[in-house]
Design a protein around this ligand. Structure first.
Ligand code: ADP
Ligand code: X15
Length: 397
């Protein structure tokens, strides 16, 4: 049952089509290190362009907090998108105002234009009416193809749907269909792995997630916050100490609902955040106060693998360590390969998502072996919880 309109329902010929996409791709030294999110939007962009629409792409990058920041510009993405599409992609140095208006006015049917980072304006995250109206003036039709940003009620992900005829893009459609198929009725036991660095924006999700899964593995920067809440010294690790009470409440909720929590028992620590930094593996209660945890250790990986073996379904968002720099990729690579092998053996349904998580699975060369890889991390976890996603709900309205 389709609850929203799709591109099948849209008249696109000659229309200015504002398309919200997620181009929040992993980057290192100004270079895109994983292009999955760019590749996933190609069907929607091609279809609109081929049907004679003028494709105006809206996206965010990073978290520039409402101010223009050249280090978080979308400009480097336009040539990559152009190469993958096989046609020119224009770029406008602002997403609203005279610059954007002038370039959009000169577009012809089938053209593709990328607008600068919507989060350079505070009105984006504030879902501010004036800003939404400025964006809406650039289009005749709105298409949301950014499932991975659908948990944000922002101007370009939610507000626009109330101003223009609105449709789901092909990726939005495909993500929702695939998640429903893979996780609509997950076979138990269900194991979830949550790691990564977005601790404050994802920790609240865990409160509910522990009531839905049989085992929750907490890794990455997220684990440090829990270890600190248990009174452990995590040294200079990425850690949000002010979330200690939230972490304790999640542990209590897990105990009540019978969810096993797997926190790291050992950790790989270093004093520098760089490739091949001198490092050692220590128990989590022996982290030197001048060091930081950059990966979970081998004993922790063993415990995770044992739980994966007991499980029928895996959901995973957030790497277990700083996988971009060797040797702190080991736990993430090992867990990814273990899950892939169980999936190959038809013992596990494995669903993973998130910009960096997808990059990590690609680095481990296992993406093709997982049951489904979503572009979404936080949005996918919220969908899994059954929480309303503002970006999807606005399309239904
Ligand atoms: N212990 C750690 N310390 C610092 N950064 C970490 C640690 N573990 C994981 N990370 C970082 O987390 C980032 C990914 O987090 P996040 O954005 O939440 O994931 P996703 O994009 O998959 O949703 C990666 O850049 C990785 O280096
Ligand atoms: O990368 C994203 O989410 P993810 O890290 O959960 O995969 C989305 O682009 C949302 O970004 P945000 O978490 O800064 O709102």
């Amino acid at each position: 049952m389709t609850l929203f309109k799709t591109l099948d329902d849209a008249a696109l010929q000659g229309k200015r089509v504002l398309v919200r996409v997620d181009l929040n791709v992993p980057m290192k030294d100004g270079k895109v290190t994983d292009a999955t999110r760019i590749e996933r939007i190609l069907p929607t962009v091609r279809e609109i362009s081929e049907k004679g629409g003028r494709v105006v792409l809206l996206a965010h990058f990073g978290r520039p907090k409402g101010k223009a920041d050249p280090s978080q510009s979308l400009a480097p993405i336009a040539p990559i998108l152009s190469e993958k599409l096989g046609r020119p992609v224009g770029f406008a140095e602002d997403c609203v105002g005279p610059v954007a208006e002038g370039i959009v006015a000169n577009m012809t049917d089938g053209d593709v234009l990328l607008l600068e980072n919507t989060r350079f304006h505070a009105g984006e995250e504030g879902n501010d009416e004036t800003f939404v109206s400025q964006l809406a003036s650039l289009g005749d039709v709105y298409v949301n193809d950014a499932f991975s940003a659908a948990h944000r009620a922002h101007a370009s992900t939610e507000g626009l749907a109330h101003h223009l005829p609105s449709y789901a893009g092909r990726t939005m459609q495909a993500e929702l269909e695939a998640l429903e198929k893979g996780l609509g009725h997950p076979e138990k036991p269900v194991i979830a792995i949550v790691g990564g660095a977005k601790v404050s924006t994802k920790i609240d999700l865990l409160q509910n997630l522990v009531t839905k899964v049989d085992c929750l593995v907490i890794g990455g920067g997220m684990a440090n916050t829990f270890l600190a809440a248990q009174g452990k010294d995590v040294g200079k690790s990425l850690c949000e100490h002010d979330l200690a009470e939230t972490a304790k409440a999640i542990l209590a909720a897990a105990a009540t609902s019978g969810c096993t929590i797997l926190l790291p028992v050992d950790a790989v620590v270093a004093r520098e955040f760089k490739a091949n930094a001198a490092n050692e593996t220590v128990p989590v209660d022996r982290v030197p106060s001048d060091a930081m945890i950059l990966d979970v250790g081998p004993a922790s990986v063993g415990a995770i693998a044992e739980w994966i073996d007991k499980s029928k379904t895996l959901v995973w968002n957030g790497p277990l360590g700083a996988f971009e720099i060797e040797p702190f990729d080991r736990a993430t690579m090992a867990a990814a390969r273990h899950a892939a092998a169980r999936t190959d053996a038809h013992q596990l349904v494995s669903v993973a998502g998130g910009g960096d998580t997808v990059a990590a699975l690609n680095q481990a060369s296992v993406s093709e072996r997982f049951s489904y890889v979503s572009t979404a991390g936080g949005a996918f976890l919220e969908w899994m919880e059954g929480k309303p996603l503002p970006g999807v709900d606005a399309l239904k309205a």
